[in-house]
Design a protein around this ligand. Structure first.
Ligand code: HGY
Ligand code: MN
Ligand code: MN
Length: 417
């Protein structure tokens, strides 16, 4: 085992966090490192340079995942993957995804400096487009062999920019993403440290979450089509107002979840666009997104069926048409009991306050779970806030999480774990 002296350094982690937080920062204090933007690529370049400084062998795969490798004694043994993502939502905080990558970097830096050679290769990966500018989990889906030519050709961001064009504009060949698939036999497991992004740990005063299951989610883009008309001369009863369809639907969401969901179900309308979008025109078209989550896939399907029925009823009542596009459907997964046991042992041996829990956020780990065993380590989010510049985790909780990460890596990759 590593001595405390050769343990993780919160000073190095905080220095890395502060440096990376300057890439993509805007005047509103939020980060804008959305996938395959210049800021995202600057972040990838910065990270790769830090990996090389740490003595790791670096590469990028066809999905532009940034990879740093610490070679093991036995190159034929299945590789241990650790990582997360450094792309962000618009106006993001500085920890979502990034903390997992930088604590992973610190763990490999410590092992390298201590001259510790693991039984197997350990690879640190920063996955591309976890946050979903182009749908989400692009880099982890590429590694898991879930990207198809249709994904590459059809993916576009909310402004309509296509994934293919965005990657080509950066000198990347999007079709290379089809080469990023890894042989599942070559991967022994995956560990991801992430902020909880919810209130459970901070309210309980606990330092670490040992994640047992990760919620599933589906994202739809739904369009109501009615009739644009004059805001002054069109009587209320003669309108086919597309926005009122959205308004009616929003009021139905709590009932849909009450009747078809569980206490873990969540539904969010995150974006609404009205056409033509002028104050004195009745909206002829309304396109909105819905993000639905639950840890049980049968429940997800029941909620989806209920949503379709409600959309049809509203359309009939208001003389509208509706259509929807499934932007993503990501299955809920259970973490691997053996890896979870190693994470829990590392937390317990560190004398930390921890709990086993579920993740309400989606993560690359649930995609990677399709090719190897996975486990996640949560650290508390101050007041449960995330996806905003208010996102924060206390330094000593970050240090505790990084120590658990290192302890779990040692149990998995050094002691024949
Ligand atoms: O949406 C999520 O759960 C994740 O932050 N991408
Ligand atoms: Mn994340
Ligand atoms: Mn996120």
């Amino acid at each position: 085992m590593l001595t405390q002296e050769s343990g993780v350094s919160i000073d190095r982690i905080s220095a890395d966090l502060k440096q990376l937080a300057e890439i993509g920062r805007s005047d509103d204090g939020g980060l804008y490192r959305m996938a395959f933007t210049d800021a995202d690529m600057q972040g990838k370049d910065w990270l790769e340079a830090r990996m090389r400084e740490a003595g790791l062998e670096t590469t990028r795969d066809g999905a532009c995942n940034v990879i740093g490798r610490l070679p093991g004694k036995n190159p034929d043994a299945p590789t241990l993957l650790i990582g997360s993502h450094i792309d962000t939502v618009p106006c993001a905080g500085i920890l979502d995804g990034t903390l997992g990558v930088l604590t992973g970097l610190e763990c490999l830096r410590v092992l390298k400096q201590a001259g510790r050679v693991p039984d197997c290769d350990i690879e640190l990966i920063a996955f591309s487009d976890e946050e979903g500018r182009f749908g989400g989990m692009f880099g982890s889906q590429a590694l898991a062999g879930q990207i198809t030519p249709e994904t590459i050709h059809s993916s576009a961001d909310p402004a309509g920019e296509r994934l293919e064009e965005a990657m080509k504009a950066l000198g990347l060949d999007p079709w290379e993403a089809l080469q990023a698939r890894r042989d599942p036999e070559s991967i022994g497991g995956y560990l991801e440290l992430h902020i909880e992004q919810g209130p459970v740990l901070s309210q309980a005063g606990e330092q670490v979450g040992v994640v047992e299951a990760i919620t599933g989610l589906f994202k739809w883009s739904i369009t109501f089509s009615g009739e644009p008309n004059h805001a002054g001369t069109t009587p209320m009863v003669m309108r086919r107002d597309a926005f009122m369809g959205v308004a009616d639907f929003a009021h139905e969401v709590p009932r849909i979840l009450d009747e078809n969901g569980s206490e873990r179900s969540r539904a969010t309308i995150g974006r609404v666009e009205l056409t033509p979008g002028s104050p004195n025109t009745v909206p002829g078209e309304a396109t909105f997104t819905i993000d639905v989550r639950d840890t049980d896939e049968t429940t997800m399907n029941e909620i989806a069926a209920a949503i379709r029925k409600v959309l049809g009823a509203i359309a009939r009542r208001r003389g509208l048409r509706f259509s929807y596009q499934v932007e993503s459907w990501i299955k809920p997964v259970n973490c691997d009991p053996r890896l979870v046991g190693h994470v829990e042992a590392a937390a317990a041996d560190g004398g930390l306050r921890y709990r086993r829990m579920e993740s309400g956020a989606a993560h690359d780990a649930q995609i990677i779970a399709s090719v190897c065993p996975v486990a996640m380590i949560f650290v508390p989010s101050l007041e449960g806030k995330s996806h905003s510049p208010a996102e924060w985790t206390a330094w000593d909780d970050i240090e505790a999480g990084a120590r658990v990460m290192l302890g779990a890596i040692e149990r998995i990759a050094f002691e024949g774990g």
